[in-house]
Design a protein around this ligand. Sequence first.
Ligand code: ADP
Ligand code: MG
Length: 238
Amino acid sequence: MASVTLRGIRKQFESNSVIKGIDLAIEDGEFVVFVGPSGCGKSTLLRIIAGLEDITEGTLEIGGRVSNTIEPAQRGIAMVFQSYALYPHMSVFENMGFALKLAKVPKAEIAERVGRAAAILQIGHLLDRKPKALSGGQRQRVAIGRAIVRKPEVFLFDEPLSNLDAALRGQTRVELARLHRELKSTMIYVTHDQVEAMTLGTRIVVLNGGRIEQVGTPFDLYERPANKFVAGFLGSPR
Ligand code: ADP
Ligand code: MG
């Protein structure tokens, strides 16, 4: 587990200012959701935390270490995207173990870690299948499994459920909550879906135009929205 601290983070693409000064302290083991409309900078912020984007201004700390002293691969971070990007020619087992194989983890340990992750995600019976023989929900679990086997300290999720139908989204939400209870890792989850945010987050960060509108528990945001934007976006009565 690791804390993630953002201080005065700004990001510009050419002259376009996309992240306009974000200060946020995420504690060890929290499940924080970034929610906001399309284009507000959610993915950019997540990619900054993952080390996939440079920071224009400000500092990022992961586990108390300033991020620019840590290579992206050494940050203890695993990211799950909306597009699962499984390797089509590999079995589920091989897909889940691939990063470990590259890291030269011994075969027996790969088998053990993949087996444990598959059990948590209830996909143990699918390990020999190829991705094309899986449903969308099963593919998404494999993608999450690929992250789990790496034992990250921080999980980053970028709209991981948006390709699933409503029933499956609901079910996967329940599983993600269970996963968080079991692994106790820090999880940062991005969505534009208010329901997803309110049901998953122990703390929610409402973003708009590259700025934080409000940070709070689902209860705080619903009962005491800081402004009209938050109230309107989350559909609370005020
Ligand atoms: P969200 O994930 O909330 O929909 P993004 O972080 O993807 O928003 O994008 C925020 C803004 O940054 C958008 O206006 C987008 O066009 C712009 N943007 C994102 N990535 C790049 C990039 N690599 N180059 C230029 N502009 C970008
Ligand atoms: Mg996005």
